[in-house]
Design a protein around this ligand. Sequence first.
Ligand code: AKG
Ligand code: FE2
Length: 324
Amino acid sequence: MNQVVPVIDIQPFLNGAGKQDVARQVADACERIGFLVISGHGVSTATIDSLVSAARNFFALPTDIKKLSASPPGSKVHRGYSGLASRSLAKSTGAKTPPDLREAFTINRVQPKDDPYFKNPAAEHFFADNVWPADAVAPGFRSALTTYYLEMDRVATSLMRIFAMALGMPEHFFDDKVDRHFSNFTSYHYPPLNAAPEPGQLRGGAHTDFGSLTILHGAPSTQGLQVWTQGAWHDVPVVKDAFIVNIGDLMAQWTNDRWVSTLHRVVNPTSVEGSQARYSFAFFHQPNYDVLIENIDPLAQARYSPVTSGDHLYRKLSAMKVAG
Ligand SMILES: O=C(O)CCC(=O)C(=O)O
Ligand SMILES: [Fe+2]
């Protein structure tokens, strides 16, 4: 097993039998590399399988049909379908690269948004409604993604509690900072490569994630994800039924770089002929839009200017667009 990214069983945290032990392992991974693989998360195989088959069926639809569930023109946030090579992850870091060889479908909160908090005009675009394909076109898609989103919500809430303990804070320190999160959940399809990519074009260009943490599923097709550490790219292990978790920029800023938001990318398959489609599913946990992210270590001099979760995400998402 790859030593760079550790596999950690979080069950002893969830059942209370070994919270400190899990927190200690997670602290080590987050300080060293900012990536870990988690098992014992409690998400059922049935929930994962329904998601994977719903996404496969959706992406197999004709592009014209998929485009019917794209964001309305001029939308400031990601919702619904975005087409192949329409975004460039590496542009979020300021790099100039060709667009990523993938198409995507993104949803945000599926929980009720009745509370006035979600209706504040200043935050309207963060809480834009999801855009769904008609059930007749993509049977079971909406329900499979909704069920999975709620499971990711649960796992992310637990992970933030593990993170709090790992940072020596009270277990519930982050609770009121993420209880009205506006996390994007994106399903990706990386089609087989039928033609040579442009120079420098990848399935997913090198970038760091933007929010607090990301929970990624892709096994058995996650092969291709690499992290940059110790001066080289390393493969992230593919572990059946496990999730890959990485911290994003906001957690690095919260911890004043004690934890690292590590550069990662998705490489192209080695042979054009033998290449296969790849699917992955990323839950980008994003703290409440109005939470100010600032150094939580009272002894350290802050390295970053405080930024709200909403402003930070909006800046990064705007940078990723290929046109404009
Ligand atoms: O598809 C993957 O394995 C990872 C994609 C990724 O890192 C991202 O979209 O932020
Ligand atoms: Fe990423």
